[in-house]
Design a protein around this ligand. Sequence first.
Ligand code: ATR
Length: 279
Amino acid sequence: MKQLVVIGDPIKHSLTPTIYNAAFKALDLENKFQCKKLRVETNDLANFIGKIRCEKILGANVTIPHKIGIMPLLDELTVESESIKAVNVVHKKDRKVIGHNTDCTGLIGSLKENNVKIKGKKIIILGAGGAARAIAYALVSNDANELVILNRTVSKAEEITNLFKGKSRCRIKADRLEDIDSELEDANILVNCTSVGMKGNQEGKSLVSSDKLSPRLVVMDMVYHPLKTKLLKDAEKIGAKTIDGSRMLLHQGVAAFEFLVGIEAPVDAMETALSDVLK
Ligand code: ATR
């Protein structure tokens, strides 16, 4: 039996095993592959990579808060993860542990299926962790006109702007979360890449005042537990288009599955498993 794992801290609510195990079942591979959750604390990351090298672990999906911290522990990075400077999937190949990033593909897939165009738009990203890096990369590489990254810790937002500034014609800047109201006035898309709104002590919270949202905004949340975060509920109430975190989870998961297992992912089975569990 080959093991896949999803690592993070917290990890209790991850749905990656649900979608991967549904894929293995649909492909008649459930006796050969299995995916499990594994809580890995930051000071245990190096041990975990050692475990991948020695044990029958094929690879892992990587989530909060390890997407950046795991990078120096890896043997190789794909072009995507090297450009994004964050990793959301690691794969063991010929005794090497290789880091990759499929969050960018996940974002593009989620926007495309909702007919949301990036080109020429002003987009606000809330947060500056690993997910925000991939989203910023996707937007800059797809001709967004203006990108504003707002984060509690402004220096982390500045790190992202420094990574991508000058890589395209997109204007990119970092600022404090407190600037959200004025930035929203002419924004087209808002993406929450923070954990605010997530089940646990952040549930029911939003970084945006509901009266500052407008019906012409597209509001996307990376949080999928709960599916309807306070931010998405507020946006829906005033008639804005919303995209919940399950779409990003599905699209990045499909790309990560194909990278890890090396066969075409059964997307319908993965999508059905996800919607069943989120009902
Ligand atoms: P990921 O790798 O999935 O992006 P992460 O690196 O842990 O996860 O990033 C989480 C993001 O949520 C960060 O931008 C964090 O802000 P800081 O950089 O200031 O830590 C943001 N975040 C978490 N809790 C928050 C809160 N209560 N208010 C504002 N931002 C918060």
